[in-house]
Design a binder for this molecule. Sequence first.
Ligand SMILES: C[S@@+](CC[C@H](N)C(=O)[O-])C[C@H]1O[C@@H](n2cnc3c(N)ncnc32)[C@H](O)[C@@H]1O
Length: 258
Amino acid sequence: MDETENLSEAKRTTVGPPSVLEYLDPNYWNERFTSEDHYEWLKDYSHFRHLIQQHIKPSSSVLELGCGNSQLSDELYKEGITKLTCIDLSSVAVEKKKKQLLSKGYNDIKVLEGDMLNLSFDDEAFDVVIEKGTMDVLFVDSGDPWNPKPEVVKKAMAMLRGVHRVLKSDGIFISIAFGQPHFRRPMFNAHEFTWSIEYTTFGDGFHYFFYILRKGCRLLDVDEDVKKVDAHCLNLYQDELEDEDYLFRTNIDDVDDR
Ligand SMILES: C[S@@+](CC[C@H](N)C(=O)[O-])C[C@H]1O[C@@H](n2cnc3c(N)ncnc32)[C@H](O)[C@@H]1O
């Protein structure tokens, strides 16, 4: 497992804070982004480009949640996907990202300060919502992974409700994550959502998850499960999982956070 690319390892190196709880503190991100110009969580675009291309068209309007100083939006722009809006809670990240994009001439990309738990966009505003490693942050203080804290579930559901709301009726949510299907499924699969759920994996040695949630495609007559769409084995080693304290592990049968 290439642990330099996940938050648990980040904690143990100069990349991360002494405690993963700091990932929940906006001040941590502001301080970090003041001195850091570029860091890719999980993997960079080249590792999942083949997965994204089939889902995003040049005409798609795309919202990226928690862009940080990732180059994901730059890479999408280079592919001809220009209707891009990026948000981040960190004002420092937003200002730096704006400057970087302007210096590259990528003037069409909107970068806004915003909270993914309280999205300020109109209903059905986007064809695609995408996040990489941002939802994962919500789970750094989930407590018992098999029985996560109610406040963690509440935040994750607030995020998902917002994503579902701002997606067009046939929009898709792409979640690129460390969080594993058996922990994500209960929330993705909450009855209020109309999306179908599929995932695949990518990465060498250690696998990350690429979830595709298609709004309006839920099969209502079955107790829908998460569908794995490729033939690869999951291939996660138990010691890798046990070593990983940055798990966004959730396994609740009925999501009821209200
Ligand atoms: C683990 S980093 C991922 C950054 C980037 N997506 C990447 O792949 O490299 C998490 C990012 O989410 C941002 N963030 C954390 N909570 C957020 C929230 N509630 N709304 C929007 N952004 C948030 C942080 O400021 C940080 O930029």
